[in-house]
Design a protein around this ligand. Sequence first.
Ligand code: ZN
Ligand code: ZN
Ligand code: ZN
Length: 103
Amino acid sequence: MELLDRDTAKKLFERFRTTRDGIRNIPEMASVCMICGSIHIVPKPGDDRRLLCRDCGFAFYRYQCTACGKTVDGRDPLNPGCRKCGSRVCTCGACGCQPVGNG
Ligand SMILES: [Zn+2]
Ligand SMILES: [Zn+2]
Ligand SMILES: [Zn+2]
């Protein structure tokens, strides 16, 4: 995985600051904090669906949908929170609410 350089991060930050639709489609956005613009993003300890900004402490959802494999990003308006499970809803309509299978 390539490290994101600051110029690219800044451009992405500016691009999505006003319009957040589409964040989920940009792989580099996994490494940009939309609160402070930092690129110091690490997996949140104990939570494999969230990432954590080391500079401002903001945590956001960013993971692959288990149903369709697309990226779900909690900062994207098209990935709203589910009222039932508290997880994020993918553009395919799935979240974590499916019944538990035999497994
Ligand atoms: Zn931050
Ligand atoms: Zn999906
Ligand atoms: Zn749900």
